[in-house]
Design a protein around this ligand. Structure first.
Ligand SMILES: Cc1cc2nc3c(=O)[nH]c(=O)nc-3n(C[C@H](O)[C@H](O)[C@H](O)COP(=O)(O)OP(=O)(O)OC[C@H]3O[C@@H](n4cnc5c(N)ncnc54)[C@H](O)[C@@H]3O)c2cc1C
Length: 551
């Protein structure tokens, strides 16, 4: 690394450079189950620094073939996307300015924490509604590069729907603006004799040549964060060519993002939640189909295991709900469910409606209640108290992810089947089969998530440092993945591929489409300097060799 440090100094890199053991150790983990010890951490001060760094890495790559760079913002990635054994580039220390915010648009650097960004957009009664459950921990740069989604994605979609343009630095070490282009603008790009022109030409040709194959490869689910989003780049009908679609969700494998322009949506200040306890889930698919046309802002679910585990691990939630909240929660929620159904319900549904005033919200809730009662004999409870209690489960789910960074007794969360998506129509058949696999491998895991999208977060608690536990990962993942794909689903709705799902892309898309993804990576990054071993470059044995041993 001395050569790289020397080159950076010569080129007047203004940011910080740190190779201390402590810092390297701090950056050797994200929120995934992997660890990779980097050799160097750099903290660029500005876009120029990012360009200098990339140019230096390219110039040294031949002499040091293992040299590579991985962008990192807040490091909450659950797929292993933000770790690397070479150089980590921290965007959060300096590239963290919010540049402009208005009622409809915002411009920001990638290292801004979402929680700070939201404070500014709220001043304009607006927001980027694709914030993840890690909204208090993550940055907007991480959201863009993972194509994050969250509880409001059912109504509003994912981050890809809110990015209007990106400033990026590509493998030639030069800055570019990418945004949707019309035919005339595209023609102008295709004429360029530069690296940029080459990228546009090659991506355009690749998509044109394989147009139907690519369009048909788009997963038939409402959310997907796997692969490269080639299907939304070029549309022959509209004549729009939009490279932001490819960059969003690329996990920094095609280049680095230095600036983001977002479109904002209007904040809806009023909300209400309908809580539904389902004694059995035989008609869950029909219930979902009946709920979705009413366009709830969010539609979440928790299985019976969530209730048991929440009770079991109550002490760990004390910090979130406080002692009083904790005792109230423990004493009250369970009996409610017991009174209603003489037993723990199989599933709890939380259906949220939002609006510009309380009347609007109440009308939506009343309509929904009628539908559930008349068609399914389900009681949607809107009683404030019960709703608040059930809402706490949602907070606990958000928080349960947070335990990723902590120990629960002697176990840790192991996100490897953490983000599956299955079209909701298949959930009645799918969910019991998923539960059988979880039980077969004796995985301590709940099934909770965004039922409206069929997107579930299954995050087992395991002693991952033990070989016998590690041995479960591959066969369990294989069975779950096969099940998801059998029902036409996606292996990740929000959390992306990284080290954990990259190796399964061929299973999901087939060899022909995977080759197109590999060609795409090659167009942008021939020398493989950007975030190696992730997405199309991931290999299962490499990932498994780097399972986390130190907690
Ligand atoms: C408790 C918890 C809950 C979570 N819930 C959700 C959820 O509901 N939905 C969801 O989508 N995700 C969720 N996640 C995963 C993660 O928090 C999000 O994907 C988040 O948006 C990542 O943001 P970050 O700033 O931590 O990014 P990082 O982890 O730093 O990076 C994420 C990826 O983007 C790349 N990257 C970062 N910055 C740049 C840049 N400037 N240029 C190019 N590439 C870059 C990194 O290399 C990495 O591959 C959760 C994680 C935790 C720990």
């Amino acid at each position: 690394m001395d050569q790289l440090i020397e080159t950076l100094k010569q080129k007047k890199f203004e940011g910080d450079i740190d190779s201390s053991v402590q810092t390297r150790d701090d950056y050797s983990h994200d929120a995934s189950m992997f660890e990779l010890m980097p050799k160097l951490i750099v903290f660029p001060k500005n876009d120029k620094d990012v360009a200098i760094l990339i140019q230096a890495v390219v110039s040294l790559k031949k002499t040091i073939p293992t040299l590579s760079i991985t962008a990192r913002s807040a490091g909450t990635d659950m797929s292993g996307g933000a770790i690397n054994d070479s150089v980590i580039v921290d965007f959060a220390r300096y590239l963290n300015k919010i540049e402009k915010v208005s009622e409809h648009f915002a411009q920001t650097q990638p290292g801004v924490f979402y929680r700070d960004f939201e404070k500014q957009t709220f001043k304009h009664k607006a927001l980027v509604p694709s914030f993840p459950a890690s909204r208090e921990l993550c940055t907007v740069g991480g959201m863009v590069n993972n194509n994050s989604g969250g509880e409001l994605s059912l109504r509003y979609g994912k981050t890809e729907d809110y990015v209007t343009s990106l400033d990026v630095v590509l493998a030639d070490g030069k800055p570019y603006v990418i945004k949707p282009l019309n035919r005339t603008e595209l023609k102008a790009k295709l004429k360029l004799k530069t690296f940029e022109g080459q990228v546009y030409n090659e991506v355009y040709k690749l998509i044109e040549k394989n147009y139907d194959l690519i369009k048909n490869a788009k997963p038939k689910v409402s959310k997907n964060s796997t692969g490269y989003n080639l299907w939304d780049v070029w549309d022959r009908e509209t004549g729009i060519f939009d490279l932001t679609k490819l960059f969003v969700g690329a996990q920094g494998t095609l280049g680095f993002v230095t600036d983001i322009n977002f479109r904002l949506v209007k904040q809806e200040p009023y909300s209400g939640v309908l809580v539904c306890f389902m004694k059995n889930i035989d008609n869950l698919g029909e219930v979902i189909n009946a709920v979705l046309p009413h366009k709830p802002a969010s539609f979440e679910s928790f299985d019976n295991y969530t209730i048991w585990f929440s009770i079991k691990f109550l002490p760990y939630f004390r910090k979130t709900v406080g002692w009083i909240g904790l005792i109230k929660l423990a004493l009250s929620l369970l009996p409610d469910a017991l009174i209603f159904f003489k037993g723990i319900p199989k599933m709890i549904l939380l259906i949220e409606f939002t609006g510009q005033n309380q009347l609007e919200v109440d009308e939506q809730i009343n309509k929904m209640q009628d539908v559930l009662k008349n068609n399914f004999k389900l009681e949607g409870i809107e009683d404030d108290d019960t709703a608040k209690k059930a809402w706490k489960f949602r907070i606990m789910r958000r928080e349960s992810f947070n335990l990723l960074r902590k120990k629960v007794k002697d176990k840790h969360t192991a996100p490897f089947i953490d983000d599956l998506v299955v079209p909701p129509v298949h959930l009645v058949e799918f969910l019991p089969k998923l539960r059988s696999v979880i039980n077969k491998y004796n995985l301590m895991a709940t099934i909770a998530g965004h039922v409206g999208d069929g997107n579930f977060h299954v995050i087992p608690l395991m002693k991952i440092e033990e070989a016998s536990e590690r041995a479960k990962l591959e066969p369990a993942m294989k069975e779950v993945n096969e099940l998801v794909l059998k029902y036409g689903g996606s292996l990740s709705g929000e959390h992306n591929d990284g080290l954990v799902r990259g190796p399964w892309l061929e299973e999901m898309y087939g060899k022909e489409v995977l080759d197109l993804f590999k060609n795409t990576k090659n167009i942008f990054d021939k020398e493989n300097i950007f975030n190696p071993h992730k997405k199309t470059d991931a290999k299962w044995h490499y990932s498994m060799e780097h399972i986390r041993q130190h907690f």
